[in-house]
Design a protein around this ligand. Structure first.
Ligand code: GDG
Length: 474
């Protein structure tokens, strides 16, 4: 088995309880790497006065965790800038929040070059290299410039936007061209894959064959949809652990026979939290019998709080939740428990299990692992109901959830009512199908499908052609 070299912006050691370990990518990759010998390389999250490329190495369960420090200017221009103020909002359909600044482009290019300089000496000839997410789109191009001929795959954890939106990005063609230096480019959903193919054919003048090989810019790349999954067995086990059971009981005791609706999200505008609160407010207004008989627990873990749009959304949510609680709370009941802190995974699992309804209503999301965690944590004989946004990638795989339009308060309010009143037999029927999907398409299946697709390309006869292509355009 070749070594797997995983490269992502941040890394997190297994059992890391730091900020780096919160978020879908960290959850998935630490699970995915477990059975591989290999290297996981990324930014340490720290900055130094001057970039040295010095690696910090740590061995953890067969995997070498290799990190490098960046400069403060890199943090501002690459991480807070191009990654989180340009690409993240654009790819989540928020061009109103996207900042296009040339200094960000430069920082993004500089850090990708620094990543390539640092990781290239660690590589061996038959390593498979798997690059993750929007921070590192130009990385294969940089590695090729340094003579790396290995198979390199890319996986995008967030949505790929439609062609018209994507073309608002200055230098959009360069970014797509850079993807053609990978051998395999994977998306979460068919929807993202289709949007990318449309760009290739309509903007880049390329072609995409029926089996997903795209040709443009004198290069070719294999495309595919690889929906990410959960470490389902581990999460289900966590949900049955004493810690989870303790939290389930604690929630029930604090609810005093009221029914729990739960949301768990990184505090991010893409997650639709304000819209969710407003829909819940509509629900309370339209169902007076629900007053004092339900409670919404929203865990919103602070994230990227150096970026002003994140400070804005936080202030907005404080205001909206405060207003709703002010309007409806009684001496012994608050409609929304809004919590800005981090919990352990087994604690979260216990909270999911205590809930009658899971609200997962992002305005746009690559996949959304919380939807899958909610399902994995339920008690089989009395499961809660998942209410899921049609704009989460997970909706393609989870049609047995109550699928809602997160932009419509009425739609969401109706779904909350339907979920709370759904007969047990229907809840069980829906949950069983959802759970089967979450179990079968888990994170290991995702990793194996992707890695096999990448490894099989290495053996394909098209390799020599592709190398020739590269030489011709070098
Ligand atoms: C990106 C894409 C895609 C949240 N609060 C706490 C905590 N979390 C964990 C959840 C879940 C993860 O963070 C969030 O994952 P999501 O998938 O919902 O979203 P993103 O972070 O935006 O992830 C997304 C994902 O990558 C994977 O490809 O699904 O679409 O945007 O696991 O449980 N974990 C702990 N404490 C918390 O307070 N321990």
């Amino acid at each position: 088995m070749p070594r797997l070299i995983v490269i992502s912006n941040r890394v997190s050691a297994p059992a890391d309880e730091s900020d780096a370990s919160i978020g879908g990518l960290a959850m998935a990759l630490s699970a995915a790497l477990r059975e591989y010998s290999g290297i996981w390389f990324g930014w340490s999250g720290r900055t130094t006065a001057e970039f040295t490329g010095q690696l910090s190495l740590q061995r953890s369960a067969g995997v070498t965790i290799a990190t490098v420090d960046l400069e403060e200017q890199d943090r501002q221009e690459y991480y807070n800038g191009y990654a989180n103020r340009t690409l993240w909002p654009l790819f989540h359909y928020r061009i109103d929040l996207s900042a296009y600044e040339r200094s960000f482009d430069k920082g993004y290019a500089r850090v990708n070059a620094r990543f390539a300089d640092t990781v290239a000496p660690l590589l061996q000839a038959d390593d498979l290299i798997w690059v993750h997410d929007y921070h590192l789109i130009p990385l294969a191009q940089e590695l090729r410039r340094r003579g790396v001929a290995n198979r390199i795959g890319f996986f995008l954890h967030i949505p790929w936007p439609t062609r018209r939106l994507f073309s608002t990005l200055p230098n959009h063609r360069d970014l797509v061209q850079a993807l053609f230096d990978f051998d395999l480019v994977g998306f979460q959903t068919e929807d993202s894959l289709t949007a990318f193919c449309e760009y290739v054919t309509e903007e880049a003048g390329g072609v995409v064959s029926y089996d997903g090989v795209a040709q443009a810019f004198g290069r070719r790349v294999q495309l595919g949809a690889f929906p990410i999954g959960l470490d389902t067995a581990a999460f289900t086990q966590a949900a049955g652990s004493p810690v989870a059971e303790g939290w389930r009981e604690r929630m029930h005791a604090s609810l005093a026979d009221r029914r729990l609706i739960i949301g768990v999200d990184r505090l991010d505008y893409s997650k639709g939290l304000e819209e969710r609160f407003l829909a819940y407010e509509d629900f309370l207004a339209n169902h007076p019998d629900a007053l004092e008989s339900v409670s919404l627990l929203q865990v919103a873990t602070p994230s990227r709080d150096e970026v002003t749009t994140y400070q804005d959304i936080r202030a907005k949510l404080d205001a909206v939740s405060g207003r709703i609680n002010g309007a409806y709370a009684t001496a012994d009941w608050v409609p929304i428990r809004y919590v800005n802190r981090t919990y352990r995974r087994d604690e979260l699992a216990g909270m999911y299990r205590a809930a009658a309804v899971g609200l997962v209503t992002p305005l746009r999301d690559g996949m959304n692992l919380v939807a899958k965690e909610f399902v994995a944590a339920q008690a089989p004989d009395d499961p809660g109901v998942l209410v899921l946004s049609q704009f989460a990638g997970a909706a393609e795989q989870m049609p047995d959830a109550l699928i809602v339009n997160p932009f419509s308060r009425e739609d969401m309010s109706d779904a909350i009512q339907r979920a709370l009143t759904m007969p047990r037999a229907e809840r069980v029927r829906r949950w069983e199908r959802l759970y089967d999907g979450v179990r079968e398409n888990d994170v290991t299946a995702w990793r194996d499908r992707y890695v096999q697709a990448l490894a099989s390309l290495a053996e394909a006869p098209a390799e020599s052609e592709q190398v020739e292509d590269r030489r011709a355009t070098a």
